[in-house]
Design a protein around this ligand. Structure first.
Ligand code: PMP
Length: 404
């Protein structure tokens, strides 16, 4: 069997955390709350097309030459200024690396840090793509629960006391995927204090930080970094277009050197043509104005979802109250398996799809959560979809909790 030749890190008997993300339903009534995709009708396609033309006209053949591992310096300078303004991170272009999406940044950090069996702490539930990237390096996971104001730091400290060799903590502090939760400013500072005390690296992954519907972005965790322990990662996927495959990270010292070394082994260097085009786009367009337009749209969709969940879901079901980002997290009674509910009732009866919660846990051991993405549907579609899903959820809850 050729399968036997595969490396253990891609063990084919254990499905990738990213598999099964987009359940299929070909029915014309189908409404998908599964994929975490931004709205295509809000993509600035014509402006980006013009920016490509400008970048190519201005740079000529040299644009298509090999360049540097860190990527376009002018774009790096703009991103450094942006995170300075909106995240209060003091940094410069020298500490920024352009990557192939935020996903590559996560994978490069994992590759630079993790030996087989190394200990990693993650908040749970957590971003599936981060687990997929970490899984390749075969770490030992420690799951730390989330609270309404972010990571439970008491539980994290208990875990650190028991497992002092934890070397990496992964967190999505702003409008978290999959729960929509945002970490309080107090906790951001306390988390850095813990990292200094217990000697670990924080991977701060923040692709949704600009998409707050009630307030401006909070200071990044990296703002509080005193020892170069925080690697900040973000992306243009959610605020511009994911097909540009442009993410970026901020790191310093030995960590930055190690990350650049892994990047050269992976793909030598960043996608220079695309980055020159993005830089040209940013020279003539106000990204903050574009983001404000996105927020105005997504805010209504987010409000429609929370309204519909309140109206149609039974009292036994809990859901988060996001005020930014793309997602809401729904928790059913522990006896209900949301993967089973999806294929047995949600798709065939309600024609509604979501992402079942199991894959958001490193041990794949929690089965009663589900993620809803509200960005892909209109407020009316969201209302209709939640009305239909509410009906099948009520029936599932009544099966395990009969009304006496
Ligand atoms: N981090 C989080 C939390 C995400 O939700 C995503 C996209 N779903 C990414 C990273 C990676 O996105 P991209 O590679 O498109 O930047």
């Amino acid at each position: 069997m050729l399968k036997d030749l595969l490396a253990q890190r891609v063990n084919p008997d254990v499905p990738s955390a990213l598999s099964g993300l987009f359940p299929k339903d070909d029915d014309p009534r189908a409404l998908s709350f599964a994929a975490g995709s931004p709205r295509e009708d809000l993509f600035p396609v014509a402006a980006m097309q013009a920016a490509f033309t400008t970048a190519i006209a201005e740079n000529g053949a040299h644009l298509f030459q090999y360049q540097t591992a860190q990527g376009n310096p002018a774009l790096r300078a703009k991103l450094a200024a942006r995170i300075g303004k909106w995240g209060q991170v003091t940094t410069t272009a020298d500490q920024v690396v352009l990557t192939n999406g935020g996903q590559q940044a996560i994978e490069l950090v994992a590759k630079a840090l993790l030996n087989v069996g190394d200990e990693v702490a993650v908040e749970v539930p957590t971003y599936i793509g981060a687990l997929a990237a970490f899984d390749l390096y075969q770490p030992t996971y420690h799951a730390v629960p989330l609270q309404a104001d972010g990571l439970d730091l008491n539980r994290l400290e208990d875990t650190l006391k028991q497992h002092p060799r934890i070397k990496l903590l992964y967190t999505v502090p702003d409008y978290h995927n999959p729960t929509g939760i945002t970490m309080s400013v107090t906790k951001r500072k306390q988390l850095v204090d813990l990292a200094n005390r217990y000697d670990f690296i924080i991977l701060e992954d923040s692709p949704y930080r600009d998409l707050g519907y009630t307030h401006d972005p909070l200071p990044a965790i990296k703002h509080f970094d005193t020892e170069g322990r925080v690697v900040f990662v973000s992306s243009l996927s959610k605020i511009l277009m994911p097909g540009l495959r442009t993410g970026w990270l901020v790191a310093e010292g030995d960590l930055l050197t190690a990350i650049l070394r892994t990047r050269q082994a992976s793909d030598l260097e960043a996608n220079n043509v695309v980055h020159a085009a993005i830089n040209a786009y940013l020279d003539t367009h106000d990204l903050d104005a574009h983001v404000a337009a996105l927020r105005a749209n997504y805010r209504d969709q987010c409000a429609a979802l929370v309204r519909a969940l309140t109206a149609y879901f039974p009292d036994e079901v809990a859901f988060t109250q996001p005020n930014g980002g793309f997602f809401d997290w729904v928790t059913l009674p522990p006896e209900v398996d949301t993967a089973d509910l999806l294929t047995r009732a949600a798709i065939p009866q309600a024609h509604v799809s979501y992402v079942p919660g199991t894959n958001f846990y490193p041990a794949r051991n929690v089965h009663n959560g589900l993620r809803l993405c509200f960005t892909g549907l209109t407020p009316d579609e969201i209302d209709l979809g939640m009305q239909r899903l509410g009906t099948v959820i009520k029936a599932a809850v009544r099966e395990v909790r009969p009304v006496v």
